[in-house]
Design a protein around this ligand. Structure first.
Ligand SMILES: Nc1ncnc2c1ncn2[C@@H]1O[C@H](COP(=O)(O)OP(=O)(O)O)[C@@H](O)[C@H]1O
Ligand SMILES: [Mg+2]
Length: 249
């Protein structure tokens, strides 16, 4: 018997973000900056250091308006007074959808979200937080959330887009683990098919030796070597290697 697939849709819920929300601590900002630079993404310090909740909210509001005007799928702004930003619901996040879907449906959703990010990029946009907890699926469209990261124009557009792809792929690591490296390759292929202009292959070629070094270092510490994080990292490495080795097209 085929299990019935869950239906995904938007609800009437209103999501409110306030200027009083806790800001990233200096320690977390340093860690985020170091991680991005290690990955080869030159994120500006001013963007990772979250100095003011009011500024973050105003920036998010501005980006939501710009993207909506450009015809992109983002939550509708229901109200904004400088301290509170109320948004319409755009459906469950891709993370929630993957939790609710049977495993046999996972790869198709992961490739679809990757292809959708690529089309968004090909239209000249960047997300700045493209993890699957910040992308929703309402059964018809993917939509993007959470536009607090002030990366552009301090960081060039192509670097913002590369960072989006890395964040998407890393956020999928938990879900590709049972499927193996071919699933990582499929997700990267799905991206490339829709946005061949972004030099993802060239970027990954430089990134891979760094990731491999981390993976090798971990073999010295049995506790890390057998951790889920390392298993996921090694799977991503394997999938990225397969992608880089193959010539495009
Ligand atoms: N408009 C929305 N539609 C659907 N879910 C939302 C919406 N806004 C927020 N969410 C949910 O709330 C979570 C946190 O919101 P987000 O804007 O990403 O804030 P944060 O900056 O705290 O990450 C999201 O991961 C998503 O689960
Ligand atoms: Mg978020």
């Amino acid at each position: 018997m085929t299990p019935t697939l869950p239906t995904f849709r938007r609800s009437d819920k209103v999501w409110t973000k306030t200027a009083e929300r806790p800001l990233r601590s200096t320690g977390k900002a340093v860690a985020a900056w170091c991680m991005a630079h290690f990955l080869g993404v030159p994120v500006p310090w001013a963007a990772v250091r979250q100095a003011s909740g009011t500024e973050l909210l105003a920036f998010e509001h501005e980006r939501l308006q710009q993207l909506a005007q450009a015809g992109e799928q983002v939550p509708a702004v229901l109200a904004f007074d400088g301290r509170r930003l109320s948004l319409g619901d755009v459906g469950p996040t891709v993370d929630e959808c993957l939790q609710r879907l049977p495993a046999a449906e996972h790869l198709a959703l992961m490739c679809a979200v990757s292809a959708d990010l690529a089309r968004f990029h090909a239209r000249g946009h960047w997300h700045g937080g493209a993890q699957i907890r910040n992308i929703t699926w309402d059964g018809e469209h993917f939509a993007r959330l959470d536009f607090e990261e002030r990366l552009f124009p301090a960081m060039p557009l192509h670097a913002c887009q590369i960072y989006d792809v890395l964040q998407l792929v890393m956020s999928l690591a938990r879900w590709v683990l049972p499927l193996g490296a071919p699933a990582v390759l499929a997700v990267l292929d799905a991206y490339e098919a829709q946005d061949p202009a972004l030099d993802l292959r060239g970027f990954l070629r430089h990134l891979l030796p760094r990731l491999q070094r981390v993976s090798r270092l971990a073999t010295w510490v049995p506790r890390y070597d057998r951790s889920k994080e390392l298993l996921r990292l090694r799977l991503l490495i394997e999938g990225m290697q397969a992608f880089v080795r193959r010539s495009p097209g």
